[in-house]
Design a protein around this ligand. Sequence first.
Ligand code: SAM
Length: 220
Amino acid sequence: SDSHFPIPISPAHVDFSLHFPKFVEADNKTSKKVEFADIGCGFGGLLISLATLFPDTLMIGMELRDKVTEYVKERILALRRTSSEGQYENISVVRTNSMKYIPNYFEKGQLSKMFFLFPDPHFKEKNHRRRVISTHLLDEYAYVLRAGGIIYTITDVEELGEWMKACLEKHPMFESLTQEELDSDPVVELLCNATEEGQKVARNGGQTFRAVFRRIAYVS
Ligand code: SAM
């Protein structure tokens, strides 16, 4: 249950210095803020791919399962130890329930990318409220994303793919990326092959359904 992991009362109370020791400055604060969040990061494959693609960007995975979170922590520490070029210092993971605590971790407009890769489908209609993309949760994601920030979603479940796309399409704070923008974004190809779930789907020859949207600026 939630009582088993600490919940920061506000983003100012999150001590990221422990997560990113190489980015800590004299005042014991990190020199930059976390910009990418991988929600339900599972075993951390996406973070590991992104770490070297964006070496100067701090990124955090959020994962509900305790053992999986511990595994990702160990995996990152091992990569840091064995990297001769000082890589993987920019990625870390927290155990939390992202459906409840995103605003406890990030300030308004802090994030430039959010990832939702192969989230749990929650097929039954009465469980749709447990889906990580919903109109209500998109309000929160729009709050923590900066204008121009991007939300990436992918799934192998067609019905969930349509649901995520429909939620994003009807939300006033998001617009779809054009095909040209998708083609020129190096992150897009990672969506279906960087994570453990994506690799499993690819091995089984499964289809995937993607929705990538931009957080627009407020219209006055
Ligand atoms: N994104 C990873 C990938 O593509 O390999 C993992 C996909 S897995 C099917 C979904 C993950 O989301 C699981 O690891 C699960 O524990 C996590 N999860 C589910 N609900 C969550 C929540 N409310 N907060 C954080 N993580 C959650």
